[in-house]
Design a protein around this ligand. Structure first.
Ligand SMILES: [Zn+2]
Length: 307
């Protein structure tokens, strides 16, 4: 009995040491958690608040997140006001000053990334939910993913200098794999170049720029504003006259209207993953691009068969 008790104590103690030896990282999105795992390897435990199938602008913050945030060593958000509706109140309620903006355990992933569509003039309500700091869906360009990984690696090294070499090594490995993948993806660019698509929300400007596709319009007339019948009619007209083949939509909008537009125009509607975890086969940041580009390529070859 005594032996068992000692064994149990040892087990509890070692489990505790094991748990606390890992840096606890909470991210807003699954993309950031995936990149944190690439760089942090065995030394971090990363969990995200929003799942990849959720709208990152509006996340229903469950109380269980507060517990995670309370214990977190590091909080990482996309930034550019993507999470402005829900992350600040969560951080305030978590009562963990380490992870508040401006403190060491807070990281904004957008630092040094290429940000598109920064509004030049005054931003007002009539423009819809326009982000005054630029389009916050910037992680959908692998060049920005490389910068985000570097930002995370620097931050992990700052918080946990004893494993700085490991973070550096993991970052280098990730970057090598990313470079190899980019060569593979680049071979698809000539095929995709100039492909015109309509998207539901303005989620893919960085992706479109990187891979040469053209987003000609949105199902939402302005970010966050529901489509009016007049907008839908003019969109249908545009899809027909410009012979747009594809409507891409995020997994978190109602498919009813886009489905109707697709039926009326003959365009194909595809759920296009904007994040890791948006489809069960997208487990890593590299999977995200593999999946999306394959989907576009298949849609193109199918439309070629038809004509
Ligand atoms: Zn958005």
């Amino acid at each position: 009995m005594k032996k068992l008790a000692i064994g149990l104590v040892a087990l509890i103690f070692s489990a505790d040491v094991y748990a606390s030896s890992k840096l606890q990282v909470v991210t807003t999105t699954e993309d950031l958690a995936a990149l944190t795992r690439e760089v942090g390897g065995d030394w971090v435990e990363a969990t995200s608040i929003a799942k990849g199938s959720m709208d990152p602008h509006f996340v229903d913050a469950k109380p269980s997140y507060l517990l995670r945030l309370k214990r977190a060593d590091l909080f990482i958000q996309v930034g550019l006001e993507l999470e402005v509706a829900w992350a600040p109140p969560l951080l305030t309620n978590a009562r963990n000053s380490k992870i508040l903006p401006g403190n060491q355990g807070f990281l904004e992933a957008s630092e040094n990334c290429e940000i598109l569509q920064k509004p030049t003039g005054q931003v007002d309500r009539s423009m819809g939910d326009v982000h005054p700091l630029g389009n916050p869906h910037f992680w959908l360009d692998p060049a920005n993913g490389r910068i985000i990984a570097l930002n995370i690696s620097n931050k992990l090294s700052e918080l946990d200098p004893s494993h700085a070499e490991d973070y550096k090594k993991n970052l280098a490995l990730f970057q090598t794999r990313l470079t190899q993948k980019e060569k593979e993806w680049d071979r698809l660019v000539p095929e995709l170049k100039g492909l015109k698509v309509v998207t539901y929300h303005n989620s893919w400007p960085n992706f479109a720029k990187r891979f040469g596709i053209q987003v000609v319009n949105f199902v939402e007339p302005k970010p966050g504003i529901p489509p009016s019948p007049a907008h839908v009619q003019s969109l249908i007209h545009q899809i027909k006259t410009e012979k747009i083949l594809l409507i891409l939509m995020e997994p978190y909008f109602d498919t009813k209207l886009p489905q109707k537009i697709a039926q009326e125009t003959g365009a194909k509607l595809a759920i296009f993953p904007p994040s890791v975890g948006a489809d069960k086969n997208i487990k890593t940041y590299l999977d995200l691009f593999d999946f999306g580009l394959k989907l576009l390529k298949n849609a193109l070859s199918r439309s070629g068969e038809k004509s």
